[in-house]
Design a binder for this molecule. Structure first.
Ligand SMILES: Nc1ncnc2c1ncn2[C@@H]1O[C@H](COP(=O)(O)OP(=O)(O)OP(=O)(O)O)[C@@H](O)[C@H]1O
Ligand SMILES: [Mg+2]
Length: 351
């Protein structure tokens, strides 16, 4: 497998924000004849990176979605039952699965959700990874073409339906850990994927998605996918409500809240001790973003909210446990109450 780093970089920069170091490492591992596993939380660009590398390099590519239903036969292939009944086991009756096909064609086989694949199916990979050969019953030995590579992707934090991948498989793979990108890069991703020119909205969406990852009651927060969806939903919701998002006024912030509830609440996995539903946490983060910023920042689009994700302790203590929540905006100002009051003039100075 020969890669032209220069042209890959050129191609990839059009479709992938940042991640140059990771691209180089993946390309180097593949060029060195190694197979590898990409490990990171959902939405951290594992598939995007690999697709971009494949597109840029022109390597044949086969993709398999890992699941509990991925049987060895689905990966290796099977004899066509009707043809086998009529003519017996013949090589021409064999329908190769993605693994066999990738080995024969010298393609890159990408298996997503690797740790959802059952053990007996993963064990099928031992031969191809170590010996570059696979024994297929009634077909014989399939030898891998020199360019055959396997890239797996898995999410280490997702314990629902995932299995521990055996050490005998992991020992045959290089591993690249992939984390969340910087706030600046996530903003660029959201701009790229949504085409939105509304800086205020993009910045707010990224700030809210990132804040879900830092919240003490959240085990796993939203990926950049949540921020992308938030922007797309908000931009369609605003005209339905006759709101101009560009004004960044209270009505626009209300649109952001409803879009955030839609885009983020289902993407958060709460800690087991959490006593509130995810939408209450999204609402809290939204309040922090727009109403609990330091006074000096109010009225500006300062979105450095990671430092003020959790409401100041005094404000939290004063919040009554039930019923409409009354939140002080500043000691000498009117109070803002939720559920939301009429849109006009509810928050002096905000927006
Ligand atoms: N660095 C990036 N450049 C451009 N787009 C990105 C980047 N990172 C993520 N995205 C976008 O975010 C979304 C999620 O990315 P992707 O599907 O690559 O994540 P993943 O790591 O494969 O997630 P999963 O583990 O859930 O399969 C996609 O819409 C993708 O386009
Ligand atoms: Mg993926």
């Amino acid at each position: 497998m020969v890669f032209d780093f220069g042209s890959i970089d050129q191609w990839i920069s059009a479709d992938v924000v940042g991640r140059r170091r990771e691209v180089q490492e993946i390309v180097a591992a593949l060029a060195a004849g190694r197979d590898l596993v990409l490990e990171g939380p959902p939405g951290t660009s594992k598939s995007t990176l690999l697709r971009a590398i494949v597109r840029a390099s022109g390597v044949p590519f086969l993709m398999v979605e890992g699941s509990a239903d991925l049987t060895p036969a689905k990966l290796i292939g099977y004899h066509n039952p009707a043809a086998t009944l009529a003519h017996g086991y013949r090589p021409e009756n064999f329908q190769p699965g993605p693994l066999t096909e990738a080995m024969q064609r010298g393609a890159l086989l990408y298996i997503e959700e690797f740790n959802r694949v059952p053990d007996d199916t993963l064990n099928v990979l031992l031969g191809p990874l170590a010996e570059r050969a696979l024994v297929v019953p009634r077909v014989g030995v399939v030898r891998a073409a020199p360019d055959f590579r396997l890239v797996a992707a898995m999410n280490p934090f997702d314990n629902v339906g995932t299995l521990r991948v055996s050490q005998s498989i992991l020992d045959r793979l290089c591993r690249l850990a992939i984390g969340y990108q910087s706030e600046e890069e996530e903003r660029a991703i959201v701009r790229l994927r949504t085409g939105s020119a509304n800086t205020w909205l993009v910045d707010a969406a990224v700030a809210l998605a990132r804040a879900t990852r830092e919240h003490p009651e959240v085990r796993m927060g939203s990926s950049v996918r949540g921020a992308i969806d938030l922007v797309l939903v908000a931009e369609r919701l605003a005209p339905l409500r006759g709101v101009d998002l560009a004004l960044a006024d209270n009505a626009a912030k209300d649109v952001v809240l409803d879009a955030a509830l839609l885009a983020l609440s289902g993407r958060m996995v709460l800690v087991e001790t959490a006593e509130r539903p995810p939408e209450a946490i999204v609402r809290e983060l939204w309040e922090n973003l727009f109403y609990f910023l330091p006074r000096a920042a109010r009225g500006h689009y300062v979105l450095d909210i990671l430092n003020s994700v959790v409401a100041p302790p005094r404000a939290r203590r004063r919040r009554p446990p039930r019923g409409p929540v009354v939140m002080p905006v500043r000691p000498d100002a009117e109070r803002v109450s939720y559920p939301k009051p009429a849109r006009t003039g509810c928050v002096p100075g905000a927006g």
